[in-house]
Design a protein around this ligand. Structure first.
Ligand SMILES: Cc1ncc(COP(=O)(O)O)c(C=O)c1O
Length: 398
């Protein structure tokens, strides 16, 4: 096997350097554990950034991928695909009747949602109605439309001219959102728990208020559940926790346990705005990825992982709150289910993350002050205890 240094040299000489990579190369995973090139073992509390809900290499998903890879990997969306049809039916069952379009990533799902929203608006509201309101602190992806939708300036620098048709309002501020609505507005898009900006849950009154505003002004409510969806917050979809129904929502990260898939889901009346030829993708919903997604969702259902995320999330947050008594540099513990952010009062997030990594715990630092934990939903109490002990030691050293 190549050494870490050889891999680093190969990467730096040949791959575009868009990621600030940490000096680690994982080569194997099983459940909540990862191993690097040096044979060191880690407890993974990042799960590929909310991707590996079932941990690494879950036997049911591995078996489904192997079986499908030996049967049929890809045909084309010109033909019917039984795995895609079954996956659409399962998502329809879990969501209460939403229709699916299958693409390949979160950004692509959000692009599809924006396209569908614009098409619906042209048909139902008029040709001038082409503006989408998104919120500050959001993250919706790296394509031109989704980085424009994203409410963070840092992702936009250097990429002008940006697409038109987007406007931002502050997050969790209903009055400001209402003030931003114009005759051109066709919808509002946001995350129920902002992930990339450091785990910021929406206020329930805000979410219900936005739904009411959308109803009053005939706007589409579009929810980006790429990171917070599929069990992570303790429900299949975060909107179920907030007691609202979106018109369109998007899924991606964990749906196929690490194989690329993004999904646009819409109420049937809204989905009908997409007509023949309006949207498409060569790889979207291909047999192999759909087989992995079916195995992932069926396993999540059989093992009741959304409920488990709620239970283990509560346990983990309680343990972190107890740690706050001992370490006053913990300013806040927040989140829903197993989507958890720890905000520090001092800019030590990166050094604490590095110290934990050295002691075998993987998570990430958002900016200078926020620690973000997104463990696999199969995590046990003993593993939470182990993670808290490593964090405790790192905070003590800081
Ligand atoms: C909420 C949200 N939307 C969209 C995206 C983009 O997803 P992808 O990287 O699969 O394009 C992300 C990725 O972090 C995300 O967290």
């Amino acid at each position: 096997m190549a050494t870490l240094q050889e891999i680093q040299e190969l990467d730096q000489a040949n791959v575009m350097q868009t990621y600030g990579r940490l000096p680690i190369c994982f080569v194997r995973g099983e459940g909540t554990r990862l191993w690097d090139t040096e044979g060191r073992e880690y407890l993974d509390f990042l799960a590929g950034i909310a991707v590996c809900n079932l941990g690494h290499c879950h036997p049911r998903v591995t078996a489904a991928i192997r079986e499908q890879a030996g049967t049929l990997v890809h045909t084309s969306n010109l033909y019917y695909n039984q795995t895609q049809a079954r996956l659409g039916a399962l998502l329809g069952e879990l969501s209460g009747g939403y229709r699916s379009f299958f693409g390949n990533s979160g950004a692509e799902a959000n692009e599809g949602a924006i396209k569908l929203g614009r098409k619906w608006a042209k048909q139902h509201r008029g040709p001038e109605c082409d503006e989408l309101i998104t919120v500050l602190g959001s993250f919706h992806g790296r394509t031109l439309a989704t980085l424009t939708a994203t409410g963070q300036e840092k992702v936009k620098h250097g990429f002008a001219p940006l697409p038109v048709g987007f406007r931002h309002a502050p997050f969790n501020d209903l009055a400001a959102l209402e003030a931003a609505i114009t005759d051109k507005t066709f919808g509002v898009m946001f995350e129920l728990v902002q992930g990339e900006s450091g785990v910021h849950p929406a206020d329930p009154e805000y979410v219900q208020g936005v739904r009411a505003l959308c109803d009053r002004h005939q706007l589409l409510l579009i929810l980006d559940e790429v990171q917070c969806g599929l069990g992570r917050t303790g429900a299949w979809f975060a909107w179920q926790r907030y007691g609202v129904q979106p018109d369109i929502f998007t899924l991606a990260k964990p749906i196929a346990s690490g194989l690329p898939m993004g999904v646009v889901l819409a109420r049937p009346e809204v989905a009908a705005a997409f007509q023949l030829g309006d949207h498409g993708s060569t790889f979207g919903g291909t047999h192999l990825v759909c087989a992995a997604a079916l195995a992932t969702l069926e396993t999540m259902r059989d093992e009741r992982l959304p409920e488990r995320a709620e239970e283990m999330g509560r346990y983990f947050r309680d343990r972190l709150l107890a740690l706050r008594e001992k370490h006053p540099q913990i300013a806040e513990v927040r989140g829903l289910g197993l989507m958890i952010g720890v905000e520090l009062s001092v800019p030590e997030a990166k050094s604490i993350m590095h110290r934990c990594l050295e002691n075998g715990l993987v998570f990430n630092a958002v900016g200078d002050k926020i620690l973000r934990f997104l463990p696999p939903l199969i995590v046990t109490r003993a593993e939470v205890d182990q993670a808290v002990a490593i964090l405790d030691a790192a905070l003590g050293d800081a």
